[in-house]
Design a protein around this ligand. Sequence first.
Ligand code: GUN
Length: 298
Amino acid sequence: MTAAKIIDGKAKAAELTAVITAKTKKLIAEHGVTPGLSVVLVGEDPASQVYVRNKKRTAEACGFNSVQHTLPADTSEADVLKLIDTLNSDPSVHGILVQLPLPDHMDEQKVTQAILPSKDVDGFHDINVGRLSAGHIDKAFVPCTPAGCMLMIEDQLGKDLSGLNAVVIGRSNIVGKPMASLLLAANATVTIAHSRTKDLPAVARGADILVAAVGRARMVKGDWVKPGAIVIDVGINRIEVEIDGEKKSKLTGDVDFAAASEHAAAITPVPGGVGPMTIVMLMANTLASAQRRAASNG
Ligand code: GUN
């Protein structure tokens, strides 16, 4: 196998951002509705601060109203629920996102379920989870990471994945499970593998589409990849590497990229693959929410 095609998530995200920006202009001109995204950040987790900053920047680039609510780590759960209530009833807010993880004294499930399903642009509310798993994708907000992965898979293989084996490594509610639902809805034959799976390398080798979402640096080895497979690497792991005798921090995925590239037909890099697509899908969900609002206003 020659080296794989590298799927450029950054370039695709830039194309989609341009489309969303144009549609936003149209929505404002025709209906006077500006998409509004409210992002709630509790505490000072450094990774969360970076993610939230990127989301705000992209929202503004799309022409949205983006409001960030930054609350101290010791904020009570009741106060967060009160803020969500206020945002739920604010007609200028079309999307609400509470950045996870929340501080330990809060019940994440309780907080995410307090967001109105019609404003749940993360797709974490049980109503949206249910719609997706029932295959009612047009009515659901689909979680942003798997939605972005799916667009990249469609670019390589088309919308109908009939006859193809997909293996998702990781069973999280944010990525693994919704990813499996999307692949199933596209007619793939889907396996969800995880830390308790017997002979994971052999299971992975059966995949025409391999999605790695485990959060362990370079866990997926080159010889786990079937020749000609499409490999989507969701992992964002920070590792220490030595460059010219100096220790540096570097981002790496869940897949051993160099080795997997020898086998795969196409593969996403880290960074520059799934990450940029995730953010743009949040914008797509927020725009869709605002468009629905505009349509319901007549
Ligand atoms: N933390 C890590 N990923 C996500 C995400 O997709 N949404 C939210 N709200 N928090 C996250």
